[in-house]
Write a protein that binds this ligand. Sequence first.
Ligand code: ZN
Length: 324
Amino acid sequence: MKNVNLQPTIVYTPVYDIHFWGIEKMHPFDSRKYSRAYRMLRHTFGQPLETRTTAPKAQISQTELLTVHSESYLQRLHSSAYLSRIVEIPVLAKVPYPVLNYRLLRPMRWGVAGTCLAASIALERGIAVNLSGGYHHASREEGEGFTIYSDIALAIVALRLANRLNENQKAMIVDLDAHQGNGHERIFYEDRSVYIFDMYNQHIYPRDAYARQRINYDVPLMPGCGGDEYLSLLRKALPAAIKAASEVGVAIYVAGTDVFERDFLGMLSLDEEAVCERDRYVIDTFVKAEIPLVMVLGGGYSPDSYRLIAAAVDYIMRRYAGLR
Ligand SMILES: [Zn+2]
């Protein structure tokens, strides 16, 4: 990315939102945080934001999904009972599959297409944010933890298949969601061309000891870890990891906002300023290192999640796109 003029880009479409006549409220996940974050940014910057925004052309196709997921897994997704377990809303087992496909899987497939598009754009323009994605618990054969398709793995594999990364270049995953990113760790278990940095609360779901062995730079945290401790660990670990990864062609940042102190599930204690500082630090670090950066959202289970996401994108747009 040397000498590339930064042109930060947002990838977004209103189709990302999940609407279920209110049933989605049975899971603490804010399934409309995507449009809430975008509306907040649109309100701040007005029309110039739209010139920095692009939408995926289509949802991810079955052929593309098969580059990471097995055919038998994609078949199993045709069961409402199975889907209801993945998204942890038992009542959905009674909803016919075509409805779940339209209301749940389709928005997620658009979200996956968004991460793939953002990865492609980041290589040309330096920074791209997909206002969705970060489905980091889905593996080749299994969906869990509200994640069905591994957008992160699909985006990396798509770059490789298109020869957009050279042989020596690593794809780096920087997973700062409060939960361990066991899905992509399992998918890339044997693939050393991906460098995985994971910083997470080790005492909450998924506690996947097998996947954990695949993490290149492992930063397990104790529940209740506060902003000062978190940021000092991050400031030490991230530069060391980038150095250890050696040549990084693209970085995918899972910016889960469930590290926030008022999050129901993350069980960490970062206040709003600490979450924002975390995002600013990661973004600035990759810009300074001249490594293309893709930001995806990951988890976030507080009503404040969308505001924290918008704050990170607001920072990118002011600092690197010159928007006011
Ligand atoms: Zn999470």
